[in-house]
Write a protein that binds this ligand. Structure first.
Ligand code: NG1
Ligand code: ZN
Length: 545
């Protein structure tokens, strides 16, 4: 077939280095950019098959998010803006690792297994981040799609969530919005301006927000969006990519893990600040107090702020909708306790990785999901959206109810429901703080985080660690969980768990306790247990103090 001849020819331009094997992990393929050309070409092929199979547009995003600038990666986006299914993740790995001479065989195998009608048309949307390697790598994706006769739309430089938005707009025939960058800015800014009309007498100081763009795509897109916000948000942008290196000493991951401010940001006392990550799908907030102490407002604090606000609106609107917060084991124990005991909202815990949180959140009328690292969004079920729209139209709704329903409707429009989105989340947070007249300090005071520590241990094979109960307990190697249980009992308000990372070749250790010293000491003791019982390599972990 001529179709496959072109694939065969073009694949020679994007050859696979012999013996290289990569895994489609929690965040797609991710590694040093020099190893990815063949992967990109093949993901172009796979996206074309997925498009034929689903009779929808599929997205391919070239990015390595918060990883160093030298890395790159690729992620496929399903028709409604979601991550691809586990079975297709498997196909991605199968195709990526096929040696050059068996590529066609593997491709045909997937076509057969999925019973794909190759005469169907295919459409693939492509986006990329600002990494130097992204331009050439996204060209390889385009080559992959065109060699199977698929149609492409190259959006060029966009944030990951912007591409998810485009894919969803296209497959809902514009119901979600217009699939253009301008359509994205218009939809979000209109909703933001509507919401902030409800916040009276805001001063310029209150409208001011310091944004760390991680020297990445988020900074570029924030600049583009600014005029749409008509000074209702006054962004002071640092790490805008004009001089610094992507994610280097800046960005959401750096701030969260180091628990300190990024370089290059001039923070006044109490000023609201936030950091995006390299592809702008994560955000964390922070400020420094009058004593110079740094305060982090992470994904858990964001989930608490948003869910509290939504719950209040539901009460005012007299809407009986179930709201839940979805977290992972990394959520601070104080946040879980506050949500369950004080807010009385349902809290679920899932495995790490956005797809797990996203699926769990879909089970509720309103599902708020956030990873502690700042990746998250809110999902409104179709039925919930319908109830809200009907109440809007009901002439018997009194003014207070109407106001609450209108706020709910604008909030739905402001939230990017397809995936965590730093820009959209930032606007939601800014609107909620404005409407409730809250400062960063007020927000921070909702509950106090338990001191915590995250560490990494290198072992010869991290797969020896198997977990259960949403990764909170280790079932292997033998004796590890018993040791952790014994160690935890030595400390007050303590909790600890270990799991193999899905994006790095390490075992992650998490510990929290009543004081920072205890959290650090527990994390160290658990690291030692992992090192000794799970085949640690290199030097034994050293105490932190
Ligand atoms: P791993 O490496 O599996 O811990 C990390 C983050 C996840 C998620 C993925 C994808 C932590 C502890 N883990 O996963 O939350 O964001 O990267 O980027 O933050
Ligand atoms: Zn990211």
């Amino acid at each position: 077939m001529a179709q496959f001849e072109k694939v065969s020819q073009k694949s020679k331009v994007h050859p696979k280095p012999e013996g290289l094997t990569l895994q489609y992990g929690t965040a797609g393929f991710r590694t040093h950019a020099t190893h990815l050309d063949h992967i990109m070409f093949r993901m172009g092929l796979l996206a074309t098959l997925r498009s034929k199979k689903t009779k929808s547009t599929i997205g391919v995003m070239v990015t390595a998010s918060h990883n160093p600038e030298e890395d790159n990666g690729v992620k496929l986006i399903d028709p409604m803006g979601e991550m691809v299914t586990v079975v297709w993740e498997g196909y991605a790995t199968q195709l990526a690792n096929a040696e050059q001479d068996s590529l066609l065989k593997e491709l045909k195998d997937i076509i057969k297994k999925e019973d794909i009608d190759m005469s169907e048309p295919a459409s693939v949307y492509i986006g990329k981040d600002t990494r130097p390697s992204s331009a050439i790598l996204s060209q390889a994706v385009l080559d992959g799609v065109s060699s199977l006769g698929g149609k492409t739309h190259d959006y060029g430089l966009v944030t990951t969530p912007q591409l998810h938005y485009m894919v969803c707009c296209c497959n809902t025939n514009g119901c979600y919005g217009s699939p253009t960058i301008e359509g994205y800015y218009q939809k979000l800014s209109q909703a933001f301006l509507q919401l902030t009309q409800n916040a009276l007498n805001r001063t310029d100081d209150q409208k001011r927000l310091l944004v760390d763009g991680a020297n990445g795509i988020g900074a570029l897109k924030m600049r583009e969006m600014e005029p749409f916000l008509r000074s209702e948000l006054q962004v002071v942008l640092s790490n805008d990519g004009s001089s610094g290196k992507l994610n280097h000493m800046c960005g959401a991951d750096y701030v969260k893990v180091q628990q300190k401010a990024p370089q290059g940001m001039n923070m006044g006392v109490g000023e609201r600040c936030c950091s995006f990550d390299g592809d702008a799908d994560r955000i964390v907030y922070y400020y420094t107090d009058s004593k110079g102490c740094f305060h982090l407002l992470d994904g858990d604090k964001i989930a608490t702020l948003i869910s509290t606000y939504l719950k209040e609106l539901l009460t005012q609107a007299e809407l009986n909708l179930q709201i839940a917060v979805v977290q992972t084991a990394y959520a601070n124990g104080s946040s879980t306790r506050y949500l369950e005991d004080v807010m009385k909202v349902t809290v679920c815990c899932t495995k790490t990785g956005v797809k797990h949180l996203h699926h769990a959140a879909q089970e509720f009328d309103i599902g708020v999901y956030f990873e502690a690292n700042g990746h998250g969004t809110v999902l409104f079920s179709k039925a919930a959206q319908k109830q809200i729209q009907e109440l809007m139209k009901d002439p018997n709704t009194n003014d207070e109810r109407k106001r609450a329903v209108k706020l709910l409707e604008s909030t739905i429009n402001l939230i990017n429901q397809t995936v965590g989105d730093a820009i959209s989340d930032m606007l939601v947070i800014e609107a909620v703080l404005a409407i409730r007249g809250m400062s960063a300090q007020d927000w921070d005071a909702i509950y106090t985080d338990l001191p915590n520590r995250q560490l990494k241990v290198t072992v010869s094979d991290r797969r020896v660690i198997d977990t259960t109960d949403a990764e909170r307990r280790a079932v292997s190697p033998e004796g590890l969980q018993d040791t952790i249980d014994t160690l935890v009992k030595k400390y007050k308000s303590a909790r600890s768990f270990v799991r193999p990372s899905g994006t790095e070749d390490v075992v992650r250790v998490y510990a929290e306790a009543d004081t920072q010293e205890s959290a650090d000491s527990l994390a160290h003791e658990v690291s030692l247990a992992v090192y000794r019982l799970a085949g640690g390599i290199g030097d034994e972990p050293k105490p932190l103090h």
